[in-house]
Design a protein around this ligand. Structure first.
Ligand code: ADP
Ligand code: MG
Ligand code: ZN
Length: 210
């Protein structure tokens, strides 16, 4: 079986989307693809929304602590401007947390791909209510390659496609198995059956602390 989504075979400018719930490995997969292009000495520019400064201001960071330097931007048109201002021809553009950008990100990705650039983006396909997230459905529709990654459900161990918002705010440094340390709101990966729209209690909190 050929996993085309993990090895996109299109060579000219195109758009690859990596989507899934929180903790599913979107950023890991984005970093994996971008590192390979850097090793091959392609000119890569990596962007993230400036509002996502949970783990680092300038880096894209995975929950498994992999990271790559990136350029934080506030609005999507800054991505085009930065690519155009580059003194070397840009071959690859990577964008993490793409769902946080304004709607113009669709046009930005299209324009970059039309210029012959390989555009690799990662983002949440669903919000915490289980609804399609912002511009993601349109991005998925225009992409040449779509990779949907899954996490593991913290409640039952099945494959998880949903991001569950949970009620308890643990103090930073007292995170137990929770991995979203330092974020204002806490989430965990859940499967369709265990997903409760809106709020639920965390499934990872121990019954009693000894
Ligand atoms: P995403 O960008 O999709 O939020 P990351 O790439 O940042 O995901 O992190 C993926 C990593 O998160 C996994 O390799 C694993 O170390 C960790 N992780 C934490 N919770 C889970 C879970 N419920 N299922 C799978 N991986 C998890
Ligand atoms: Mg991520
Ligand atoms: Zn489950």
């Amino acid at each position: 079986m050929v996993h085309q989504s993990f090895h996109p075979i299109v060579s000219a400018g195109h758009l690859e989307v990596i989507c899934g719930p929180m903790f599913s490995g979107k950023t890991e997969e984005l970093i994996r693809r971008l590192r390979r292009t850097q090793i091959a000495r392609q000119h890569v520019l990596i962007f993230k929304p400036a509002i996502d400064d949970r783990y680092a201001k300038d880096d894209i960071v995975s929950h498994s602590s992999q990271q790559l330097p990136s350029i934080p931007v506030t609005q999507s048109h800054e991505i085009l401007a930065t690519v155009e201002a580059s003194d070397r021809r840009v071959e690859v553009v990577g964008i993490d947390e793409v769902q946080f950008f304004d709607d113009a990100i669709l046009n930005v990705c299209n324009q970059l791909a039309n210029q012959g650039i390989r555009v690799v983006v990662a983002g949440l396909d669903l919000d915490y209510l289980g609804r399609p997230f912002g511009i993601m459905p349109q991005l998925l529709a225009i992409a040449e390659s779509v990779t949907k990654v899954l996490a593991i459900c913290m409640a039952c161990g099945a494959s998880a496609s949903r991001s569950q918002r949970v009620t308890v705010n643990l103090a930073e440094g007292d995170s137990g198995q929770q991995v979203c340390v330092g974020a204002a709101e806490k989430y965990e990966a859940r499967c369709r059956q265990c997903f409760v729209p809106e709020l639920d209690t965390p499934s990872t909190i121990p019954e009693a602390v000894v």
